[in-house]
Every structure is written in structure tokens, then in C-alpha cells.
Design a protein around this ligand. Structure first.
Ligand SMILES: [Zn+2]
Length: 188
């Protein structure tokens, strides 16, 4: 999601790569030659959840993903909500589950998509009804979970470690890390 903005959102002039002095020194960015708008292209916060129901963990498969990849529920944080409100909303929208408790697992780097991942462990209850963007889900005992070596996979691994499990990573990912990266996250 390297945003290729073409026009200034304030005055509609075509943006150009312009070098300017900033606090950190000279920096080339997409800027508006007419009104001085700078397209900072800051990373987008993405919320993710390791959903636990009755001691088992829900992983879901997105319709857009290749292969048989099952991963965490994720979604973009929206304006006017806290991260906790946002992930509870995403869980409700994507699975119809109700969130009873949330604990922050950690914050994870995902520069390839210009995102920052904020991952929670979510204890939930209810009956799963998937949103149309998800095609399937599976419930796993924690010891049976396999992690993937990218963004949300590291969050899952850290949660497993916090529960005394040694995380196992999927085999194919080590052979082809780029494929693992492209299939392991929600690009919406
Ligand atoms: Zn402008």
C-alpha cells in the first residue's frame, strides 16, 4: 500500500518530489508546488486480534488470499475510536463475536505495506458468522497453532510465548519469505 498520490488534496495541483529542509535534514517528499502541502505518507495503524473462545484460537481465511492461509482478524483503525474500540468493532463486523476482554500483545512493524500493526489478545463469546470478505475459519488449540514470519504472525508467536508455548513457524515460509509476507496479512 505505497500510496501513489498524484494530486494535492487541498488545491488539486499535481504533486512533485521536492526536497526541503526538515527537522531531520533535507528530505525529498511528494509536495504541492502551489500551496506547500506535504504528503507525509505516514504508516497506517492496523488492528489485529488473537481471538480466544473457550480456550481455543480462531484463525480466518480471507477470500483475497492465495492458498490456504488462515490468519488473525485485522482491520484499519478508524477516526474517532480508541484502538480497543476499533478491534472490538472489527471482531464484531468480521465474526459477529462479542469481545469480553482485551489485552495488548504488542506493536509490530509492517513496512512493506506502510502499516503499523497493533495486536490484541481478545477473549470473545458468541456464535461465529463471518463477513463476506472471509471465506472460512478454524478453531485451534494453542499448541497446534503455526505462526508465519511477518507482521501478525510475530504477534501470534509472542502471545504463544506468553502462554508458555514455543511458537512453531510454517515450513514453506522459510523457503520463500516473500510469499509468506504477501499472504499473511489483511491488505483490504
Ligand atoms: Zn496544494
Amino acid at each position: 500500500m505505497t500510496q501513489a498520490f498524484k494530486f494535492c488534496p487541498l488545491c488539486a495541483t499535481e504533486l512533485a518530489w521536492v526536497t526541503q529542509a526538515e527537522d531531520g535534514g533535507d528530505k525529498s517528499r511528494l509536495r504541492c508546488p502551489a500551496c506547500d502541502f506535504t504528503h507525509w505518507n505516514n504508516p497506517t495503524p492496523v488492528l489485529a486480534a488473537v481471538i480466544e473462545i473457550d480456550g481455543r484460537i480462531l484463525l480466518a481465511r480471507n477470500a483475497a488470499w492465495p492458498g490456504k492461509m488462515y490468519a488473525l482478524i485485522t482491520g484499519f483503525m478508524e477516526a474517532g475510536e480508541t484502538p480497543q474500540e476499533g478491534i472490538a468493532r472489527e471482531i464484531a463486523e468480521e465474526t459477529a463475536l462479542t469481545t469480553d476482554a482485551l489485552n495488548l500483545i504488542g506493536v509490530y512493524d509492517f513496512q512493506r505495506m506502510n502499516q503499523i500493526i497493533i495486536a490484541y489478545h481478545a477473549v470473545c463469546h458468541g456464535e461465529v458468522h463471518l463477513s463476506p470478505e472471509l471465506v472460512d475459519f478454524r478453531m485451534y488449540a494453542p499448541e497446534d497453532l503455526k505462526c508465519w514470519p511477518a507482521g501478525t504472525g510475530y504477534a501470534l508467536a509472542d502471545w504463544l510465548r506468553s502462554r508458555g508455548h514455543t511458537p512453531q513457524f510454517v515450513e514453506w515460509a522459510r523457503r520463500d519469505e516473500s510469499a509468506a509476507t504477501s499472504s499473511s496479512t489483511d491488505s483490504e
